[in-house]
Design a protein. Structure first.
Length: 255
């Protein structure tokens, strides 16, 4: 029996354009685990609990603002330039279905370093639940499906220019596969730092000389070695772990 060979679905064109744009990156991977006992207790006590992913996005906004050299982008083929952004825009990837094809779509949560958890949760719920064929956040991906492939490549490159890249691709990326039995995974999101979120599971940990069961969140951090080195990336990951491990600050109702 011969295989069924068809054209690549148009719905995946934006992914191919993205992958072509990140080939120049030099990704290096780190990982860590977070004891999220206090975080899960905070969720349980909340009137409207946020998702674990929202806690990570909220923490990432604060952490990246504390490490401005990591909250950067690089551009140029011969004469490289670096942009250090005074705000944190989080690129969030989502598993959605568009035109009958399962695809990864991304949206940028602007000014995540100043947004409350409740505001971020509202945005993420909308992105995950509303019809992706109508959401303006995914208009760019839909446009890339309609135009000829070579033109789409040029359009994507134009959107990735250093001065305005943050509004299209973010200054840091957060991606999650925690809805499945995935411990760790490593992804390059087209930003200087990409944070991967795994699944919270009960693990045996040592506390005060004894072994106890605690909820543990696996995290990965992929950094572009062209922009920063391992020591700074390790500082960012350590800061993120501590921010998530400690009792979260109260979530304000307003932005």
């Amino acid at each position: 029996m011969s295989p069924a060979i068809t054209a690549l679905p148009r719905q995946r064109r934006h992914t191919l354009h993205f992958l072509a744009s990140v080939r120049a990156a030099s990704p290096v991977h780190l990982d860590a685990e977070v004891d999220v006992t206090e975080l899960m207790a905070h969720r349980a006590s909340a009137e409207r609990p946020a998702s674990v992913l929202t806690y990570v996005v909220h923490a990432a906004g604060r952490v990246m603002a504390r490490h401005p050299d990591a909250n950067s982008g690089i551009g140029g083929l011969i004469r490289h330039r670096v942009a250090r952004y005074p705000f944190v825009d989080v690129k969030l990837t989502l598993d959605r279905e568009l035109g009958g094809t399962r695809v990864v779509l991304s949206a940028v949560l602007q000014d995540a370093d100043r947004a409350s958890r409740s505001f971020l949760q509202h945005r993420i719920t909308r992105l995950a639940g509303a019809n992706p064929a109508r959401l303006p956040d995914f208009a760019g991906a839909r446009a890339l499906q309609r135009v000829p492939f070579p033109l789409g490549r040029l359009v994507f490159l134009a959107a990735g220019r250093l001065s305005g890249r943050h509004r299209h691709l973010g200054t840091v990326a957060v991606t999650s596969l925690g809805h499945r039995r995935v411990g760790r995974f490593f992804s390059s999101g087209g930003t200087a730092i990409t944070i991967g979120v795994g699944r919270v599971e009960q693990r045996a940990v040592v506390r005060d000389g004894g072994i106890v069961a605690r909820p543990v969140l696996p995290l990965s951090l992929t950094f572009d070695h062209r922009v920063l080195d391992g020591a700074l990336a390790a500082d960012v990951l350590d800061d993120l772990v501590e921010t998530l491990r400690n009792t979260p600050e109260p979530s304000d109702a307003a932005r």
